[in-house]
Design a protein around this ligand. Structure first.
Ligand code: GDP
Ligand code: CO
Length: 484
């Protein structure tokens, strides 16, 4: 693979987000003996070839998690066939029992025939729910009155997938949707993950311990209109979420950045170092991908001079990268942690922390500070060659729900200035009236946010899972390590 890279990036505290890279060649050829991360500049940009060895080294340590909810099994089958051989496949299904049986059978047959490893699990499996409760994350479990099970939602499936990848010992996790109609594009996404992760980890020799994330910007999202295929450059939900995410970024980087830096706010297809996946807080459902950016900024943006008397947080004293005015932080007044506004109104025993009730993570450092490990996160956005052909028949309600969930993460960010919130509220009122989680005045429900996955006790999780090993279908020794 060869990528065109640019030096343009936006830095907010320890978070570096690069302007979108492009795939130049799907395969950079055999002559690439060693990946050179700083090859010759062409028109101010650089093209970087990645050797097969460099890609392979990441793939061996990469688990690809496939969340699936009642997708056509023949389409899922194509997705599975697109995932490079050395990646571990983790299918996380929330499908109806009959559909799940078919999905699992396809996965097991395919992996047995091609001698590769995989794990299949169902989101509502009681053993998995018990493992989460025992290991310290009861918030993700619901329905204690009957059989406990993990809440519905894509974000929730992704959390389970990350835990399984961690138990198997993988260093990286990537996600691909199960409704992708083109196996070749899934293959390209995975190659982009490997090339991007390699680049992010090695492009700066001083970046010891950097955490990496790669977010895919698909080339286009085709739709059929009047019998013709139209290759739309942006999706309906992405367009909206990216716009508001860029508005927020503009506040964070003190209006120095571009207005379109974020092109992957909703990126369902993304990959990251597992260390980072364990640090991140995952949000429920379709809020999960936009919230990754919000959470990253909230934890690592650096400290903010808080002059707002209504904010009951100590003033931060570390080096400032930017300063927000008191009025800009008005939104802290919103921190009412009203669980009744959370998208899913479940019993209090299983509720989680709403985004806006969490304390800012950067508190004054006791003096003298111990040497801190690198906190740097490098986020790449990479545009693929393949279009993203997926199931477009999920309806307008699906798009609206996705928008509302995505926008709620921005609206409730503690960095969102009151002016931005007010404009966003008007937008929501005008465009998303009647959607779940949207009130009459355009107020968005607080998204459900889970504790960082790294807070789980993995030894306990494993032993509960082992006792309930029916929860998992496993092919391959590599995958079997989940229960060792
Ligand atoms: P879109 O492509 O952004 O419109 O989102 P999709 O509806 O296609 O969802 C992305 C992926 O997540 C698909 O593979 C879905 O089947 C899957 N998905 C959606 N909701 C759930 C869920 O509750 N659990 C699981 N396991 N997968 C889900
Ligand atoms: Co889809």
């Amino acid at each position: 693979m060869r990528l065109s890279t640019t030096l343009a990036s936006t830095r907010v505290g320890d978070v570096h987000i690069h302007e979108t890279f492009q795939v130049i060649e799907l395969d950079a050829g055999h002559q690439v003996e060693e990946t050179k991360l700083s090859s010759a500049a062409v028109d101010g940009s650089y093209t970087v070839p990645f050797s097969h060895q460099a890609i392979h080294a990441i793939e061996k340590e990469l688990a690809i998690i496939v969340p699936c909810k009642d997708e056509d099994v023949s389409i899922l089958d194509g997705v599975l066939h697109g995932i490079p051989h050395d990646c571990l496949i983790i299918l996380l299904s929330n499908s109806k029992p009959g559909n799940y049986a078919a999905e699992r059978a396809h996965l097991m047959d395919y992996c047995t025939a091609s001698q590769r490893s995989s794990i299949a699990a169902h989101q509502h499996d009681a053993g998995i729910a018990q493992a989460f409760i025992a290991a310290g994350m009861p918030q993700i479990v619901t329905d204690n009155r009957h059989t406990p099970h993990i809440r519905n939602g894509k974000g929730e499936a992704m959390i389970i997938g990350v835990v399984l990848a961690k138990l198997v010992g993988k260093r990286f996790v990537g996600f691909v949707d199960a409704d992708n109609l083109v196996a070749g594009s899934v293959h390209e996404y995975c190659k982009v993950y490997a090339a991007g992760l390699h680049y992010a980890l090695h492009c700066d020799k001083q970046d010891d311990g950097v955490r990496a994330m790669v977010r895919i910007k698909w080339n286009s999202k085709p739709k059929v209109q009047d019998g013709e295929i139209v290759f739309e450059k942006s999706g309906r939900s992405s367009r909206v979420v990216n716009h508001w995410m860029n508005r927020l970024l503009n506040v964070l980087d003190n209006h120095c950045g571009q207005t379109d830096m974020i092109q992957t706010g909703n990126a369902g297809e993304h990959a990251m170092s597992i260390d980072y996946a364990l640090e991140l807080k995952f949000a429920t459902g379709y809020a999960v991908e936009p919230y990754q950016l919000i959470d990253t900024w909230e934890r690592l943006a650096g400290s903010v001079a808080i002059d707002n008397p209504r904010v009951a947080e100590p003033r931060h004293t570390l080096a400032l990268n930017y300063t927000l005015k008191a009025a800009d932080l008005d939104n802290e007044a919103h921190n009412s942690s009203d669980e009744s506004t959370a998208a899913d109104s479940s019993p209090p025993s299983t509720t989680s922390t709403p985004a806006s009730s969490r304390r800012p993570s950067l508190l004054p450092c006791p003096s003298p500070c111990p040497p801190a490990p690198s906190r740097k996160v490098r986020i790449l956005q990479i545009q693929t060659r393949n279009p993203h052909f997926h199931d477009t028949g999920k309806g307008a309600d699906h798009i609206s729900k996705m928008q509302a969930e995505g926008l709620s993460t921005i609206y409730h960010s503690r960095f969102a200035p009151e002016t931005l919130k007010s404009e966003l509220r008007h937008y929501v009122q005008a465009n998303l009236a009647g959607v779940a989680g949207v009130s009459e005045d355009g107020e968005l429900a607080v998204p459900r946010i889970y504790p960082a996955i790294g807070t789980l006790d993995f030894a306990v999780f494993r032993s509960v899972l082992k006792a309930r090993s029916v929860a998992l279908q496993i092919v391959g020794e590599d995958a079997g390590a989940v229960l060792l």
